[in-house]
Design a protein around this ligand. Structure first.
Ligand code: PBG
Length: 326
């Protein structure tokens, strides 16, 4: 067959027809909204490289989470800017730090909203690396696992609905799973940043989270952007260690990885539409060079079409409003 029997345009003739045959639909149920929490009261610090994103004190983070919930967003991902940092990242497992207090306060106000703390050390270490360092400045994998386990427990105690380890140490999912199980939290799911690349797209995030490494870079633990098969290995290991949801991060330069992970493993896949991806859209929209709403809809549709079930995005509140309008 072929033309003139086949005329694909027949099914594009009206919005109603297009709606009926549409293959991919993004809904508010797919979204996770990241929130950055800091100490203090009434704090709302803007970040130049991420218009619309703020460091929020717990009181305001609760309001932000409530707003997300009212818009229908099912989950928030929490990052912390702690009151103190040291070599060992000990503020990460301080039960009175911003993230732990935010978890308790948000669960109190919005019990059904899923609260997912990001689990990493880079915001909490004085050197800004995601693990403990030896005297030469190398990240010590196995010693780091112990600290990550303590952080996971602290989040579980605070009432987190899930934890999301983003450090990229080998074996951390298995270790966190064991620690949680032994403490009676075997029901708590793990969403692992499984295929997390050493990406320049994290630049604006490090401004907000104040987590840039003080020396060197993260290429010793995050993945080489050139590697695809290695992503499948990382995902396989995380699943074997007990991950419930696996993440690919960033999203846009890694849509092929999302597809391969989905096709190979058939498990729930999350994609992180990261800070640099957000900043590019915001900057171009502010210049009047792009139609923000249409661009964002196209981006999230592409991420979902690639195979993602869940999309972590700073555009989540806007998306929720736009999806409601349609
Ligand atoms: C922590 C972490 C990072 C991001 C999420 N968790 C930064 C990094 O690895 O340097 C980046 C998110 C974004 O860019 O939006 N390890």
């Amino acid at each position: 067959m072929g033309f003139p029997q086949e005329r694909p345009r027949r099914l594009r003739a009206s919005e109603t027809l297009r709606r009926m045959v549409r293959e991919t639909k993004v809904t508010v149920d797919d979204l996770i909204y990241p929130i950055f929490v800091t100490n203090g009261q009434g704090v709302k610090n803007p970040v130049a490289s991420m218009p619309g994103v703020y460091q929020l004190s717990v009181d305001l983070a609760v309001k932000e989470a409530e707003e997300a919930w009212k818009l229908g967003i099912p989950a928030v991902l929490l990052f912390g800017i702690p009151a103190y940092k040291d070599e060992k990242g000990s503020s990460a497992y301080d039960d009175n730090e911003a993230v732990q207090r935010a978890i308790r306060a948000i669960k109190d106000k919005c019990p059904e909203l899923l609260v997912i703390p990001d689990l990493c050390l880079c915001e909490y270490t004085s050197h800004g690396h995601c693990g403990l360092l030896d005297e030469k400045g190398n990240v010590m994998n196995d010693a780091t696992l112990e600290v990550l386990g303590k952080v996971a427990l602290s989040y579980a105690r605070a009432g987190a609905d899930m934890v999301a380890p983003s450090d990229m140490m080998d074996g951390r999912v298995g270790h966190i799973r064991r620690v949680l199980d032994e403490a009676g939290y075997s029901h708590l799911p793990i969403m692992s940043y499984a295929a997390k690349y050493a990406s320049a797209f994290y630049g604006p995030f490090r401004d907000v989270a104040e987590s840039a490494p003080q020396f060197g870079d993260r290429r010793g633990y995050q993945m080489d952007p050139a590697n695809g098969l290695e992503a499948l290995k990382e995902v396989r290991l995380d699943l074997e260690e007990g991950a419930d949801i696996v993440m690919v991060k960033p999203a846009l330069a890694y849509l092929d990885i999302i597809r391969r992970v989905k096709d190979t493993f058939g498990v729930p896949v999350a994609a992180y539409n990261v800070s640099g991806e957000y900043a590019m859209v915001k900057a171009a929209a502010q210049m009047g060079w792009l139609d923000e709403k249409r661009i964002v809809m196209e981006i999230v549709t592409g991420i979902k079409r690639a195979g993602a079930d869940i999309i972590i995005t700073y555009h989540a509140k806007d998306l929720a409003r736009w999806l409601k309008e349609e």
